[in-house]
Design a protein around this ligand. Structure first.
Ligand code: PMP
Ligand code: GLN
Length: 385
């Protein structure tokens, strides 16, 4: 291939390969137990795979409607009503998208222009800031507060300027596994009241909230729902991260702008899988049982790590466990994560990479969406450190 001789002015000069790809690749190279990238190492339900095959074999293989197949949008609307008491019109207010990442990017591209500011919390899931940068916006970071990564709402209030167009929320939170409370949501509602600020609410772990707590998403709060893009992912809910499917719900004024951008990018999401989800979603049990399923894994992993020298932080939602390693090493988390993979055979994610200006707080993130055996073997190694 001849090389490109022109000048390229990168839109993302500081972006390399994502940490998830880097660490998963390293785990593979060193045959390490992979507790890094967030994906289940077990298979999804057979019934769901059968429905996908059935849809393919019945010829549902051409472009679906731009916003998603109607029956799936209706199922999503019923679910949002049942779970959150929120009414979204499937015709105008729900769009099926090829993954939550795409939904988040599209919402940002829909509204953000050069000079606009977007508030986000640090540590931040890795796809937000580059999306903002790609479209010329400016990220304004508000730190989450240790020891449990909670929000200091005075800092949020102080970060708002006349240029603030958007705030990105994420609960349950990746990478910290913290969750927002009803009080947090009321604070957010109060701060945004009377402004034009739009919320992009990344709720891909909406069904993975532990210890009997109820998920507090934007759709429960009319003052937030009226200004929010709610984003979820079928990948997390049904253990099919590789299918890359999600959905976005928003009031029609916001959604009609969102669809203008969506229709000239992906245009549609994969057709047969939408029919499969529509059928599978008729039974709420799989998503209602998900929290208990992962809570058991969280408890198993935490118990197995109890004799270790790690300081376990709370894991209130998502399928991540963060752990401080002050007692184990003085290394930077990025160095330690690599060394543990190469020398000890356990792979994790260093939390400092989720900061724009890395803060080395000596915390590693472990994913417990893994088989019990993998978790036990991983913890055994970590206990020897
Ligand atoms: N948001 C968060 C917080 C995530 O952890 C992930 C990764 N699963 C995504 C968005 C992306 O979801 P999807 O694979 O559906 O794009
Ligand atoms: N969300 C997953 C994680 O946090 C990874 C997704 C990805 O690889 N982009 O580990």
């Amino acid at each position: 291939m001849p090389s490109f001789k022109g000048h390229i002015k990168s839109k993302l000069p500081n972006v390399g390969t994502t940490i998830f790809t880097v660490m998963s690749r390293l785990a593979l190279e060193h045959n390490a137990i992979n507790l890094s990238q967030g994906f289940p190492d077990f298979d999804c339900a057979k019934a769901l795979k059968d429905l996908f095959s059935k849809a393919i074999n019945s010829g549902l293989n051409q472009y679906p409607p731009m916003a998603g197949v109607p029956v799936l949008r209706e199922r999503v609307a019923e679910k949002m009503e049942r779970l959150y008491g929120a009414t979204y019109d499937p015709e105008h207010e729900i769009t099926v998208v090829p993954g939550a990442t795409y939904g988040i990017f599209t919402a940002i591209a829909t509204l953000i222009r050069p000079g606009d500011e977007v508030i986000l919390f640090e540590p931040a899931y890795d796809c937000y800031d580059p999306a903002i940068e790609t479209v010329g916006g400016t990220s304004v970071f508000v730190p989450l507060e240790l020891p449990d990564y909670h929000v200091d709402w005075r800092k949020v209030q102080a970060a708002i300027t006349p240029r603030t167009r958007m705030i990105i929320m994420n609960t349950p939170h990746n990478p910290t596994a913290s969750v927002l409370s009803a009080e947090d949501m009321r604070m957010l509602e109060g701060i945004l009241r009377g402004t034009d600020i739009v919320v992009v609410s990344d709720e891909v772990y909406e069904h993975i909230v532990f210890d009997g707590h109820v998920h507090q998403g934007v759709s429960r709060y009319p003052g937030l729902a009226e200004r929010s893009f709610f984003v979820s992912s079928f990948g997390k809910t049904y253990s099919v991260t590789g299918w890359k499917m999600g959905y976005v719900c928003a009031p029609k004024e916001l959604m009609s702008e969102f669809r203008k951008v969506h229709q000239f990018n992906a245009f549609v999401a994969c057709s047969p899988v939408q029919y499969a989800f529509a059928e599978y979603m008729k039974d709420p049990a799989p998503y209602l049982e998900l929290a208990a399923f992962y809570q058991r894994k969280r408890d198993l992993f935490r118990q197995a790590l109890a004799p270790s020298r790690f300081t376990l932080m709370p894991s209130r939602g998502s399928f991540f466990q963060c752990a401080g390693y002050d007692a184990i090493s003085d290394e930077r988390d990025t160095d330690l994560a690599v060394r543990l993979t190469k020398e000890n055979g356990v792979c994790s994610i260093p939390v400092s990479v989720f900061y724009k200006n890395p803060r080395y707080e000596k915390v590693l993130r472990f994913c417990f969406a893994k088989s019990d055996d993998t978790l036990k073997r991983g913890a055994e190694v970590l206990c020897r450190l």
